[in-house]
Design a protein around this ligand. Structure first.
Ligand SMILES: Cc1cc2nc3c(=O)[nH]c(=O)nc-3n(C[C@H](O)[C@H](O)[C@H](O)COP(=O)(O)OP(=O)(O)OC[C@H]3O[C@@H](n4cnc5c(N)ncnc54)[C@H](O)[C@@H]3O)c2cc1C
Length: 833
């Protein structure tokens, strides 16, 4: 057995095996995989093997699509048949809302080249007469996917990996990880059987590896402890049952009819597929508990939990109504096993927080479906530096370790499991584990009707509604019950003044003798002069956008960096690692994450200066906020009443405004002061939804939508923020990449009751050729119609180009606007006073 390798993969389930295979395929010839028990002995062996292409996320759809295509090719490569039954997937809807959900999904599918068909209840009945369709509105049908044998596909990938030189060692458990500064030393223990349990022997070996990947499935909590990090990957119980033969199904198949597709009865929270003349019925039921919060016991190997029939009774009965011919079929077998989850249902894939060359592939709930694509894209990240798709939505650091706990993960994972078939409204806010990170003004905002959204644990007002308003009932795939409130808030900022709580922003101080040279190298725009502000981007080594920063220069070597609130640890980790790497070259650089020390209120609107004038403590309040004394894109330390404020003259809404960064413990004082001063100017409290619409009117790109690791800042069409005169990280790659597609803003003549959400597909004006996709969408109060931003072919990103956008399964007119269709000259932002 080798003891020195380039990459060590820990875990021989579907995911780890695929990663080992793809690392070898990508050219690494020194890869080893260790498995503490037998290959597939984790969750993989008892999976139902369904491979649904359906997924609401762009990145995950790419991952699933790769898997489905890849599994089809495995037999030819390895000679092993993984039992891929390409029977398709029929996803049924009992309500118009469910059809709306499918229509939104269908648009994402189209952007990822995933085919689908619409079927009416009659068409379903005609093709599959055993299915009861009386209560259905319709269905979406994929023909390309189906189900596979999870153990066989893993074995086929293992064979393929071995053929490519991967060393696979079973009964070896990783027990300790030590980073030497250049490589990992992984202490592994030989595992042996004792009384049916798998226990560690006295035999140990140390494997040195340049890179380590953990794919430890249900053991993620143990892995996290060994690495000294946090991972919200905790399994939940998941059940499928195998039913006895269905006599009508047997007859149907004996008559030469093809196998039924996988039948997804979303509104009944279950899926079913054929299994030897009967049905397998899988259920996403309520009340399934989280398991192994503190580790998997030695006694639990390829084991299952006892069946809880009460928990699944409702869905079991519903199946008998959906396929009445199975009503008399008894229960033949049951599988209630651990299925790993994360709070948002996406796995944790990418670099581990704070560690070098440590990669995580944990928390897979659709691990059979995702294994192929995860192996492919993670190998790209490890071998080439970046994947061709933006993997940020799967990044392990999207849950910051400074606030995340085991209890949070367990409760959120139970909720996520239960929500698999709950309608995935794009304006959904889930109820579990809320109120964890609240800014001091939370109670005041709540009293004034704030409906909160969840951002990396923070509670942030989405919009404000009258007392008694129920956000859960206001959600929709169209314009929800909250829409009118957001319109009023957006208008308040355009016409008067509004106050937004932006406390969740990520904030870093970067200072020290090496700070200036470092940031000049780290970001692509010119650094601001002392007292000034710049918008800038940190790039990946592939030249794509890693992070967007507003940089405030407080001193020669003292900077305050503001970035997106959802991404604190994701940004912190990249910044710290880059600074560590460059310290020797540039000198000492100190980095402090000050996110929770500073509250932020953004005041914006033509009357914002009038409000601030009332409370600013200055020798000459009349001129303190004038263009002369406080120009646009500058920062000043001011006093509002008795609160010291670092004020920044920027506004994400594109209106005259200031961000007021204040000591968080003084937030309530400042809130009361601003509210009182704002009263006579009609100041309105404004939430994130209106703010998001307003930034679209200004073509301000947002991180996580327009800005990400799949496009360069040049493709995001931000030339004014790129200083090509200087050298910066990722510059050469960005230049070499050129402009493959380009970001633009579109005004849309859409449906009367719906706006785009930022997942819609774009076509040429004749509706024939696909040219791109929206990344953001909403409503423009300035133009009184829908608005979106997205990426299109460079030749289409020209003002006046007529395109079509698909919303709710219909094509609507969309016109590419100029950059910043609202106030293109920034006259209102620069307004003097
Ligand atoms: C009832 C049920 C039905 C399911 N149906 C489907 C389905 O239809 N489609 C689908 O896509 N998914 C399905 N799943 C989910 C699927 O089973 C998992 O997502 C998938 O198996 C996860 O694979 P993995 O490789 O991440 O984890 P695992 O298969 O759990 O593999 C992890 C491996 O790591 C090993 N390991 C852990 N720690 C160490 C260590 N320190 N050293 C060495 N080895 C270690 C473990 O022994 C284990 O073999 C289902 C799950 C359940 C419970």
């Amino acid at each position: 057995m080798k003891t020195q390798v380039k990459a060590l993969v820990v875990g021989g389930g579907a995911v780890g095996t695929s990663i080992a295979y793809h690392l070898a395929k990508a050219g690494w010839d020194d890869v080893m995989l260790i498995e503490r028990d037998e290959l597939t002995s984790g969750s993989t062996w008892h999976a139902a093997g369904l491979l649904p292409l359906f997924n609401m996320s762009y990145a995950t759809t790419h991952i699933h699509k790769y898997s489905v295509d890849f599994y089809k090719s495995l037999e030819e490569e390895t000679g092993l048949n993984a039992g891929f039954a390409v029977v398709g997937n029929l996803r049924m809807a009992q309500t118009q809302e469910r059809m709306d959900e499918y229509m939104l999904y269908a648009s994402t599918a189209e952007t990822c080249d995933v085919d689908y068909e619409w079927l009416s209840p009659d068409q379903i009945k005609e093709r599959w007469p055993l299915i009861e369709t009386g209560d259905l509105k319709g269905a979406i049908y994929h023909t390309e996917d189906g189900y596979i044998n999870p153990a066989d596909v893993t074995m086929a990938m293992a064979k393929g990996a071995r053929q490519r030189g991967v060393d696979i060692v079973r009964r070896l458990q990783a027990d300790e990880f030590h980073w030497t500064g250049t490589h990992w030393e992984v202490t592994c223990t030989k595992m042996v059987e004792k009384g049916g349990n798998l226990v560690p022997s006295d035999e140990q070996v140390v494997i040195t590896a340049e890179h380590v990947v953990t794919a430890s499935g249900n053991h993620a909590q143990r892995t996290a402890k060994m690495l000294g990090i946090k991972m919200p990957a905790i399994p939940v119980e998941h059940t499928f049952i195998v039913m006895d033969k269905d006599p009508e199904l047997v007859k149907w198949r004996e008559a030469g009819n093809p196998e039924h597709p996988v039948v997804r009865d979303a509104d009944n929270e279950s899926y079913a597929r054929e299994e030897r003349g009967g049905w397998i019925l899988g259920i996403y039921e309520h009340g399934a508990p989280a398991r192994f919060e503190h580790g998997v016991p030695d006694s639990f190997r390829a084991d299952l939990f006892p069946l809880d029939l009460d928990r699944i009774a409702e869905q079991y009965m519903a199946m008998a109504e959906r396929v009445p011919s199975c009503a008399e079929s008894g229960l033949k077998d049951d599988f209630n096993g651990p299925i790993c989850y994360t709070p948002d249902g996406n796995p944790l894939v990418g670099p581990a927080p704070g560690l070098r060359n440590m990669w995580l592939a944990e928390g897979f709930s659709f691990g059979i479906t995702a294994a192929g694509g995860t192996g492919y894209y993670l190998a790209q990240m490890m071998v080439d530096g970046e994947a061709e798709i933006d993997m940020a939505s799967l990044d392990p650091k999207r849950y910051s370790s400074n606030w995340m706990t085991t209890e949070f993960a367990a409760r959120k994972n139970e909720e996520c499991y239960e929500h698999v078939y709950v309608l995935h409204h794009p304006d959904e806010e889930r109820p579990a584990a809320r109120g964890l990170r609240t800014s001091p003004a939370y109670d005041r905002q709540k009293e004034r009707g704030a409906q909160f959204g969840w951002v990396n644990g923070w509670e942030r007002p989405n919009y404000y509604a009258p007392a008694g308003f129920n956000d859960a009932e206001a959600r929709s795939f169209r314009r929800g019950g909250w829409w009118q409130y957001a319109v009023e808030e957006a208008k308040a900022i355009r016409e008067g003044v509004g106050l937004v709580d932006a406390t969740a922003f990520t904030k870093h101080v970067v200072k020290g003798p090496g700070a200036t040279q470092f940031l000049d190298w780290f970001t692509c725009n010119k650094l601001p002069k002392v007292g000034r502000i710049n918008l800038t981007y940190a790039l990946t080594s592939n030249g794509t956008t890693r992070t967007e920063y507003t940089i405030v220069r407080n001193g020669e070597n003292n900077y305050y960096l503001v970035s997106a609130g959802a991404w604190t640890e994701y940004d912190a980790d990249f910044l710290r690692k880059a600074a560590e790497d460059k310290m020797e070259e540039f000198g000492y650089i100190e980095i402090q994450d000050v996110t929770t020390q500073w509250g932020v209120f953004a005041i914006a609107g033509p009357k914002s200066r009038d409000v601030l004038k009332e409370i600013i403590n200055d020798a000459d309040p009349e001129t303190a906020l004038s263009n002369k004394r406080f120009p646009w894109l500058s920062a000043r330390q001011i006093e509002l009443g008795m609160c010291p404020v670092n004020a920044i003259r920027v506004a994400y809404t594109g209106e005259l405004g200031w961000e007021l960064h204040h000591p968080i413990e003084m937030q309530n004082y400042l809130f009361d002061l601003l509210e009182k001063a704002g009263e006579k100017h009609g100041m309105k409290l404004v939430g994130a939804r209106a703010q998001n619409w307003l930034r679209l009117e200004k073509s301000y790109r947002a991180f996580g939508t327009e800005l990400g690791r799949d496009a360069t800042p040049a493709e995001a069409d931000l030339p004014r923020f790129i200083d090509l005169e200087k050298d910066f990280h990722g510059k050469d790659a960005m230049v070499e990449t050129g402009v493959r597609f380009k970001c633009c803003t579109l005004l849309i003549d859409g449906p009367a009751d719906a706006d785009p959400w930022g997942r819609e597909v774009l076509y040429t004006e004749d509706g024939v050729t696909r040219v791109g996709r929206l990344t953001s969408g909403g409503y423009s109060v300035a133009f009184e119609k829908s608005i979106g931003m997205g990426y299109v072919r460079p030749e289409d990103a020209v003002e006046g180009t007529k395109l079509k956008v698909k919303i709710l399964d219909q094509l609507w007119d969309a016109t590419v606007t100029c950059e910043s269709p609202y106030d293109p000259s920034n006259a209102t932002i620069r307004q003097n006073g």
